[in-house]
Ligand binder design. Structure first.
Ligand code: FE2
Length: 472
């Protein structure tokens, strides 16, 4: 422990930190701004904070948080070290209630108790509504619990404490915009997201929120335009840029511009063959959709399946597990896929509680359904997926991301001859998203197979008219 005087220092929003000097908190503050902006220098700033004060409790705690965000078991040892360093510092130097709650939240997250982590962050935010770290992390966790209301309301609950003078106000609006979008409030999401972009054109999360709105509303041209005009901003951010390339590809997919999608896949989305779960999720989701559309994706599954197989025992996010399973199944690695289902059951039993139930009741049948689909057992896919389709939200991810599971159910219903179900699902989907070209095209195919000629022609016309109005 250093001999320096330990005191309370505040960040740019007036939140107190126990540290040996103001320099550590200044670097920490920079790390927060970088993190909110998805910049590449977040770890550098945090490293400098810890250099300035090697026993900085919130520095160690935040290092543990950032490692947790990778959802990678290989990092467990380093996370445990970060927790131990933060706890040691709090014990020897003393710490505020907020800092102790943060350390408790990290510890709970690390042992898989998401509810306890959220309770700690919510407690922090009740008394410290300007703690952007607690806000960002609770937002992240609500996202991976599929809790749309809380993605929105965790931000709404503290808006009273923020105004345009508060540093980072735009970032908070960007988070709020995404929550509004996930709750289906597209008009407000669009307005709040645009306001955040106006405040800070480099707010990648706000750009992302508005792109989501455009995806859900079938505003292909505007979505593509927004991505293009802000490309100089988001291509300079961390690997979240790959997710924005993915969003651009989704807009192109709906227009059946498959060559452009493949080109984006090879040269952007998967230009770097990383094993980061979000990178794998983006890539898997796109290849699965391309195959569903009848596009030959060649040997592209192989490297993804290699990465997925190496991560198939992690079981840290049900949403990532589902995509790892898709890669294994699509590449024909059925033994590895079966082994993964087995280890998911073991992990669910070990975890128990809410996370165990989500893994067991939703994550596992979802993975089994995806495996059955790749194995061409379409009846089995339907029997596994149809009963849980309203619960799929609990595996986390955005509506746009989870749509791949719902499309798989439609496809399996058609391929297994369950045309009654396919028609019902497509009737539902076209009512919910009437500007989706894929919806109308698929509805037309289902109705044609059912010999409903008039219905099929009407659906084709809808698809054609949408496409005609959207030439990019
Ligand atoms: Fe997204």
């Amino acid at each position: 422990m250093s001999e320096q005087t330990i005191a309370s220092h505040t960040d740019q929003r007036g939140v107190s930190f126990t540290a040996s000097g103001a320099e550590a908190v200044r670097h920490f503050d920079e790390a927060m701004t970088s993190c909110l902006g998805f910049r590449r220098d977040t770890d550098d700033h945090l490293g400098r904070a810890l250099e300035a004060d090697p026993d900085f409790a919130m520095g160690h705690c935040t290092q543990g948080y950032f490692l947790k965000l990778f959802a990678n078991r290989a990092l467990d040892g380093r996370i445990a070290e970060a927790i131990a360093a933060a706890e040691r510092s709090a014990e020897e130097r003393g710490a505020t209630r907020r800092e102790r709650d943060h350390i408790a939240a990290l510890s709970a997250w690390h042992r898989g108790d998401w509810q306890a982590a959220l309770e700690s962050w919510e407690r922090i935010l009740l008394h410290n509504p300007l703690d952007v770290l607690a806000l960002k992390l609770s937002n992240h966790m609500y996202f991976y619990l599929g809790d749309s209301l809380n993605i929105r309301d965790s931000v709404a609950r503290l808006l009273y404490a923020w105004n345009e003078e508060t540093p980072g106000h735009g970032f908070v609006l960007g988070m709020y915009a995404f929550g509004l979008e996930e709750c289906g409030d597209y008009m407000d999401a669009d307005a709040v997201g645009q306001q955040a972009i106006e405040i800070n054109p480099a707010d990648v999360w706000a750009i992302h929120a508005v792109v989501h709105v455009m995806e859900m509303q079938g505003r292909h041209r505007e979505g593509t335009e927004l991505l293009k005009t802000s490309e100089n901003v988001w291509t300079r951010c961390n690997n979240f840029a790959n997710h924005l390339w993915w969003h651009g590809a989704l807009l192109l997919m709906d227009l059946e511009r498959y060559h452009a999608v493949i080109d984006g896949y090879d040269n952007r989305i998967r230009a770097e063959e990383s094993d980061d779960y979000l990178d794998i999720v983006n890539a898997v989701s796109l290849l699965w959709r391309l195959e569903e559309a009848g596009v030959d994706v060649g040997g592209r599954w192989q490297e993804l399946a290699d990465k997925a197989e190496a991560r198939s025992g992690d079981h840290l996010l049900a949403f990532a597990d589902a995509h790892f399973m898709m890669a294994l199944a699509a590449d024909g690695r059925f033994d590895a896929a079966q082994a993964m289902l087995g280890s998911m059951a073991e992990q669910a039993e070990r975890a128990g509680g809410m996370m165990g139930r989500i893994a067991d009741d939703i994550g596992r049948p979802l993975c089994a359904a995806l495996l059955a689909y790749a194995n061409e057992d379409f009846a089995q896919t339907v029997s596994l997926l149809e009963p849980i389709r309203y619960d799929l939200k609990y595996v986390g991810g955005s509506h746009a991301q989870k749509d791949v599971f719902h499309r798989t159910l439609v496809s399996a219903a058609m391929k297994s001859g369950r045309l009654d179900l396919a028609r019902a699902l497509m009737s539902e989907r076209t009512a919910d998203r009437p500007t989706s070209i894929w919806n109308w095209r698929t509805y037309a195919r289902v109705l044609a197979t059912l010999d409903d000629e008039a219905g099929a022609v009407g659906a084709w016309r809808k698809a054609r008219d949408l496409l005609a109005g959207l030439t990019l």
